[in-house]
Design a protein. Sequence first.
Lengths: 450, 450
Amino acid sequence: MADVAFAFGESIYGQKKLGGTMSIEEALAGFAIAPVTGAGAREMMRLSLFDWAACGIAGEAEPLAAILRAKALDEGGAGQASLIGGGKGPMRAAALVNGAVSHALDYDDTHFAHIGHPSVAVIPAALAMAEVKGAGLEDMIEAALIGAEGSVRVGLWLGRDHYQIGFHQTATAGAFGATLAAGRIAGLSQAAMVQALGLAATRASGLKSQFGTMGKPYNAGIAAETGIEAADLAGRGFTSSPVGLSGLQGFGQTHAGIAEEDALEGLGARWRMESVSHKFHACCHGLHATIEALRGLGPSGADVERVRIRTHPRWMTVCNQPAPDTGLGAKFSYAHVVAMVLAGVDTSAIANFSDEMARRPDLVALRGLVTVEADPRLSEMEARVAVTSKDGGLREGSYDLDAPMSLEVRGEKLRRKAEGLLGAARAKALWQAVRAPDLAPLTKLLQATS
Amino acid sequence: MADVAFAFGESIYGQKKLGGTMSIEEALAGFAIAPVTGAGAREMMRLSLFDWAACGIAGEAEPLAAILRAKALDEGGAGQASLIGGGKGPMRAAALVNGAVSHALDYDDTHFAHIGHPSVAVIPAALAMAEVKGAGLEDMIEAALIGAEGSVRVGLWLGRDHYQIGFHQTATAGAFGATLAAGRIAGLSQAAMVQALGLAATRASGLKSQFGTMGKPYNAGIAAETGIEAADLAGRGFTSSPVGLSGLQGFGQTHAGIAEEDALEGLGARWRMESVSHKFHACCHGLHATIEALRGLGPSGADVERVRIRTHPRWMTVCNQPAPDTGLGAKFSYAHVVAMVLAGVDTSAIANFSDEMARRPDLVALRGLVTVEADPRLSEMEARVAVTSKDGGLREGSYDLDAPMSLEVRGEKLRRKAEGLLGAARAKALWQAVRAPDLAPLTKLLQATS
């Protein structure tokens, strides 16, 4: 483990320590207050911030946003931090509202290492605390990066069982990341950060069984709120368990954690957040590689005789609806998204996944040309596409979502996504806002959505 | 199951239903909005309210109270509900502060059926919502009773494993109880109450590994806050899983619940809250039977040659410190509490468990007369005491904390406890306040503690 920037114990629930050096809480806390070295990771976080804000502003039109904002405004309090959609509230309330609203469309970033959405839990906490403390944009981005990286690492430490048994990792691991982000901006000492993590451990929650209800985006809001609450209280001298995450009967042990010993390897030196994924299409992630592969071939609907898709077997039961007749169904249909691409319909625009679009006759006709096959040789992030033209030509393509993508290309794709969500003018203003010295251009855009 | 007022499924995580009648969520929701029939239970809840308020007012001097109140006042917002110690805040904030503050001394009521403190989670939620809705005292007490009963039933449904694995049942089961209490006063429909329970399911949290830190009382505050949040959001139309507690990957399945099928038996007809326990001595519950047995004998220190205690074996490693020299240690010492009783020192007064008292020479001398023996024939709630006098006389006594106690006797004991905590004048005013038609006398006392 030569590459461990912050040595930590290989303790499982506080039983053992490697060299007795550091608990995971101490390691995370040390990481959270140290200088950030990693320009690539910081720029990736800036792109995630851009994408997060675009999803949040667009998500403001969802019914849950109106409920949560009305509740926050009824409760009132100090106008510390901006609410997406207008107004200000206490930083805790802002974190809750913005976390939920930005996850409402389920279009925000994902990290596949632990299956979580890092930004929706972490950025709202970082941003709200930054507004309170008068921090600049770059400090906020660094804190968000620390928090997002921390949430992915905690997610890896908890392991896949935690997710499989039913915990919504976005919310649970996210709460610890949000705490690190908020605590960094609040200027917590390492010792206070450990206390904050202990408070997060006794507050963190969120169940996958809420999926399909407002409870799913709400979980992201809870995580962001917990980050603010834990950092705030720890800064005031509130005490908690110093091994709230890793100790006996701590969060890990009680929540099916496996205490993966390599989870923190390279912490502070290598950045898991450099491999975060962004959604460029407003549909199930299982369809994205297919869409990219097909777009690369560039066929037009009128010329196509047949389209053959090969994908990882797991997706066959997830997103292979042959003939959806609702917008929601269309989000889970190979045939339909292939038809959209062939017909030149923008798959990055949420509005295009409507009931009307699911029934559009030309798309329905094109769906009939598509066959989908499971191919166990492919990874979950790969797809292969073969298009036979009416003139007998054959074009084949493939795509791997895990393939490297330069920050420039990613940025361009995210800008096009944002244009679809917000229109060109607001997307451009947002692009500039995440490069401004202070937070005001960003918070102004977040507040002025209607 | 003829005695089930609200039929419910014997479903384990939504897999099976007895007669397909009702989920546990529907049963609890139906219970929560029905009329309360049970005068004895209501009067017991009135006593618990009295005791809760006395503990809360006394707890306001603890350091965590100042931190939480300062945070709530910094956050500000609508002055909807009273904060123990002064001021008002949004109902959510009041529930959090008052839940934590009232549990700060760990002197509040306990239900041994599921090992939880019902009142500290439920009453703050009921009270805060009652202040917002302008409910009268009797309606608030009924809601608190519903919530407390609900939390005990949910605790029984989760089962002992849930507690043993590390979940702080006061907080977890308590969150559901607080939701029922707040939801009843908010006037939720049965359907909305089910949604509120779903939101509580994805928010409920709290770990036993926080014991010994401010995190323990904070857990009670979290539960009360969750009750307000869940009821408020459900009332606004927020959606969640309708089987958030009992469904696949719901709270029960993910939190080591056993889905005990008899947990709701007799719900609405028989009241578990009629057997709630109150602490009458400011020390470990394992010492209480001994204190009561000894007090019944009435010996005076100067006459005593020797005191022999017999207790359940489990307590030998819990509260048998032979020679404590701190107030905290004295709370876990048979010898010391026996010395206090012999010397006429009030064991109900928290101030008497001080470092100074632990070292008082006459008490230290009396401690030397005490021997403690384990007796596996006794229950955990029993103790036997034998006092040998200097004149050779022998007096023997025993006590069982589980023995029935009339509401009158209990009330008198709680009044004496409150006098020790608050002084005679405030204790009397509080006794009257829990019999007033409206909440004002109670909230006035809660606010005016300093």
